[in-house]
Design a protein around this ligand. Sequence first.
Ligand code: NAD
Ligand code: UD1
Length: 344
Amino acid sequence: MQNEKFILVTGGAGYIGSHTVVELYSNGYTPIILDDFRNSSKLVIEGIEKIIGEKIQFHEIDICDYVQLEQIFRNYKINGVIHFAAYKAVGESVLDPLKYYKNNIIGLLNVLELSAKYDVRPFVFSSSCTVYGEPKGIKEVKESTPLSKPSSPYGNTKLIGEQILNDFFVSQPTAKILNLRYFNPIGAHPSSLIGELPNGKPNNLLPYITQTAIGKLKELVVHGNDYPTKDGSCVRDYIHVCDLAKAHVKALNYLENETQGLIDAVNVGTGQGKTVLEVIKTFESITGEKINWRFGPRRAGDVDEIYANSAKSKELLNWEAVHSFEDAILHAWLWENKLRKNDE
Ligand code: NAD
Ligand code: UD1
């Protein structure tokens, strides 16, 4: 096909990457997935291909391997980069911080350096609301809310990543960079052909809930009941992964249409905070399943409450979340059921 718009998607076989690849396709882009499947599976590629009804281009490489990565930049006329590939397990990053700094920082440096060398402009970076640390006072954070040290080495790789991009921009003012600060992605594609594939025991709340409901896990422990929130459990902004995926397409569109170089950061959340107990109650009422849960002690490093101010994403990207919270929970449940069928 002529005039194909090739978008390099590092970590494109992962949870958020795979949903984004689907959205890129349906918006006329040709995503090129770079992933060595260290935290995903080739079955994800099959799932994507079933959804889009076409073959997808992917390269099984470690993005920390500069020589292999450069080969990709040589072989395609790339029009933009979305950089997802990174490790993301908070607890593991505390136990093995160097693993996190090595992969998340070297990966970013390689992709960034080659983007500059091959004159690839739009660059979208997977950042996280963890860069706000524990918000002081108002819990609805804006992009202008001061950043503070995240509570884990993983989180710190995101803050350092943003700082690297800021410094890089000073030296390359024609670059076009958007840091997307994700809140808590949940759910799966409505087709149940792709979704989250937690490795081992999940850390995140939603897979923990669905695995408890389906009987893979015995019980859910709610971490803390004495936070200064409406029911004592923590508040987060849960966003449907398909909405998050769409935000990446909007981010690319925005960067493409800008005539000048720029660097900016945008929250990607719904603007709605939900407590852990509200998540459990909603899950139970939608699915009719009972969750075996109990309160446990606070989890180290948890912030009590954080949710997005989403005005900037609307204004700048013309993007806002459209899926309901209930939809996101339902799709997570359908996906868990699909995984169980695959296991049988
Ligand atoms: P994921 O683990 O599902 O996807 C990451 C993908 O990158 C995986 O497929 C993995 O195999 C690949 N990968 C990692 N290192 C690689 C390397 N060196 N070379 C090639 N491939 C490599 O994670 P996700 O949930 O899809 O997260 C994507 C990005 O979003 C990450 O940067 C993560 O830190 C960030 N993020 C995620 C969340 C979340 O809650 N999931 C929240 C905020 C930010
Ligand atoms: C965590 C990370 C964040 C990262 C994000 C995505 C921390 C401090 N933050 O966000 O940096 O970007 O994951 O990977 O870990 N909960 C329970 N019981 C459970 C699991 C979770 O009560 O078994 C609670 C947590 O205490 C929290 C909420 O559910 O209040 C959401 O937890 P989780 O899904 O792990 O996400 P975050 O902690 O918000």
